[in-house]
Ligand binder design. Structure first.
Ligand code: SAJ
Length: 419
């Protein structure tokens, strides 16, 4: 089935681990990416992202000659599309990368290939790919046309958790949704080579919706915790203690409040559901708005802390912002509320010195580096010099900060680390 190998389109947080998983089974993979620098790095056996155990797996695959990277899409027996699906300014899905990948695959097709979409996508996208290919290749019969197709198409959403990708890519159950039952079966053969979890077959649109549902479920549950934090603050209660007590009920499991929801998945995917059914998706939209409102409420708390520190307005004050990543113990700054809070605070308070601490990066991201009042600092120095310490990410590295170190400073602990 894989005589001409597998091409993985998009060598990011999903595509690259998928290359690692396939090559570990001895399957030859060509990785395709539009970024020439990424391609160069991978061909040198280096990994341009931080994810536990991924570097060793990729270096070994390149060393054995099983993985090569390129900027141009080759012919292959199987295509796996793992490109980003962001949203536009109006929260509508942006399928430009999926379309570009499809347009690069179409001329390579000879008949008999399996094309699998892994990117999280709005319902109907796999069908759309089938239609796009058929526009470009009227000589081929595609699954949406009925009958036996020349090319099989399926959606198999990725579900790995950043920080645990190299465990979950093998262990998690996978949903494989085909445009036809035969498409699902053909695509499932690819995952059977490396997945130890169960492989669940369904139709493509159900698979698309199931993936969005998983992330919307988590978003709504985080929004519940965040709303509870706002309520407890309003009535003068410690939300962490309230949650600790409530969670002792056998059927209650409240998640953790925080400074907002980041990453490129949970903060994005629920909007695809809202876009598909705006009238019906009321709770899902409200959850997004609640979570997106959290950074502003953290900024208000920093202002209060500055006043308590005797430096209202922040003029001449030093504020330590601990953590820039979107969650604990990773280096990923995408859609990070911690980064947004630090940047907004520094921009709105040019007279405040901001010490940004992020143990997982060597340099400030461009937005922060451009601000003259922001410096990248080590944890101990930042805590020592700060009037206000703002804990934005519960990195393990910050657990070593003791209450003694924090004495005399005003604290804004958005993750309940120091309570
Ligand atoms: N967060 C909280 N409180 C919590 C849990 C999370 O504030 O109790 C915040 C985190 O700090 C972070 C954001 O939510 O900013 C998202 O973090 P996460 O760990 O919940 O999820 P992601 O974005 O790293 O990965 C999710 C996962 N989806 C689900 O758990 C349903 C993962 O399995 C998916 O593969 C991934 O999205 C994806 O790529 O779609």
């Amino acid at each position: 089935m894989f005589d001409d190998g597998i091409a993985v389109i998009g060598l990011g947080y999903i595509g690259l681990p998928t290359c690692a998983a396939l090559t570990r089974q001895g399957i030859a993979v060509v990785g395709v990416d539009v970024n020439a620098r990424t391609v160069e790095e991978i061909n040198a056996g280096r990994v341009p992202i931080v994810e536990p155990n991924l570097d060793v797996a990729i270096a070994s695959a390149v060393g054995k000659g099983l993985l090569t990277a390129t900027t141009s899409t080759p012919h292959a027996s199987v295509y796996l599309i793992a490109v980003p699906t962001p949203f536009r300014g109006d929260h509508e899905p942006d399928l430009a990368h999926v379309r570009a990948a499809t347009e690069a695959i179409a001329p390579q097709l000879r008949g008999g290939e399996v094309v699998i979409l892994e990117s999280t996508s709005p319902p109907g996208t796999t069908q759309l790919i089938s239609e796009w290919i058929s526009d470009l290749r009227p000589d081929l019969k595609l699954p949406h046309m009925g009958g036996i197709p020349d090319v099989h198409l399926a959606h198999c959403p990725e579900r790995v958790l950043p920080g645990r990708i190299m465990v979950e890519i093998f262990a998690n159950d996978r949903i494989v949704g085909g445009l036809t039952p035969e498409c699902a079966m053909r695509a499932a053969e690819v995952y059977r080579t490396f997945v130890t979890g169960e492989i669940l077959l369904t139709d493509a649109t159900t698979a698309e919706m199931a993936k969005l549902t998983e992330n919307a479920f988590r978003d709504v549950n985080i929004a519940f915790a965040n709303e509870l934090a706002e309520i407890c603050e309003h009535v003068g209660l410690d939300v962490w203690e309230v949650i600790r007590m409530a969670n002792r009920h056998p059927r209650v499991d409240i998640l953790k409040p925080g400074p907002g929801v980041g990453g490129h998945c949970i903060a994005v995917d629920p909007w695809f559901i809202v876009s598909a059914a705006p009238e019906q998706a009321r709770l899902i939209r409200a959850a997004r708005e609640t979570n997106d409102g959290r950074p502003r409420s953290v900024l208000d708390k920093i202002a209060t802390a500055l006043a308590l520190a005797g430096k209202p307005g922040g003029e001449g004050a030093t504020v330590a912002c601990l953590g820039l990543a979107f969650k604990a113990d990773i280096d990923d700054l995408r859609e990070s509320p911690a980064l947004a809070i630090t940047e907004t605070f520094a921009t709105e308070h040019p007279g405040t010195r901001v010490l940004a601490v992020e143990p997982h990066v060597d340099a400030l991201p461009a937005g922060l580096a451009a601000l003259p009042n922001v410096e990248l600092a080590a944890t101990a120095q930042a805590v020592r010099e700060a009037d206000v310490v703002v804990l934005l990410v519960d990195h393990a590295a910050f657990r070593s900060v003791s209450l003694g170190d924090l004495r005399g400073r005003e604290l804004v602990d958005t993750r309940g680390l120091w309570r």
